[in-house]
Design a protein around this ligand. Structure first.
Ligand code: S3P
Length: 171
């Protein structure tokens, strides 16, 4: 019954640290649909971590794999799909998501994002001399693109469960 109500895959987009995985997991549970994560699918297919893929094969290779995974998952059963922060930057990816899913931008400001990512060393794009500045510049470049998502939900206000409720109500 619940499953039939979700006609399209809900695609969580937004910056690293916005809470896409946490909120997406809670939302999937509430909707009684599967939760999938594009980064995890890429890691599984390559049998390597995202950091290893970036280091060995470079970002363009990662982006190619990311598009392939998105294309495959969007064709499957409707689910909640969390994407890596850069996935929505590709015009081709945005078109796929627009046509086959409903996108939700989890919007967060620099301070919220920085507090969430600063102690995690796993994100290759933040391995720079000044990761906070790197994050700021990425946010500035990406926010106008995330704004093209179908729905916007503010992250950083309330618990993960409350954010999932807000997304659900907006669907
Ligand atoms: C990236 C975000 C990461 C991961 C990769 C690149 C990005 O995902 O896909 O490190 O370009 O912002 P999260 O948003 O889940 O951290």
């Amino acid at each position: 019954e619940f499953m039939a109500r979700l006609k399209k895959t809900v695609v969580m987009v937004g910056m690293m640290g916005a809470g896409k995985t946490a909120v997406g997991t809670a939302l999937a549970r509430a909707l009684a649909v599967p939760f999938l994560d594009s980064d995890e699918e890429i890691e599984r297919a390559a049998n390597r971590t995202i950091a290893e893929i970036f280091a060995r094969d470079g970002e363009p290779f990662f982006r190619e794999k990311e598009s392939q995974v998105l294309s495959r998952l969007l064709k499957g059963t409707p689910c909640v799909l969390s994407t890596g922060g850069g996935a929505f930057m590709s015009e081709a990816n945005r078109r796929m998501i627009r046509e086959q899913g409903v996108s939700v931008w989890l919007k967060a400001d620099l301070e919220v994002l920085w507090q969430r990512v600063r102690h995690k060393a796993t994100r290759p794009l933040l391995r720079t001399p000044n990761p906070r500045e790197t994050l700021r510049a990425l946010l500035e470049a990406r926010d106008p693109v995330y704004a093209q998502a179908d729905l916007v939900v503010e992250s950083g206000e309330g618990t993960v469960e409350q954010m999932a409720v807000r997304v659900r109500e907006a669907l």
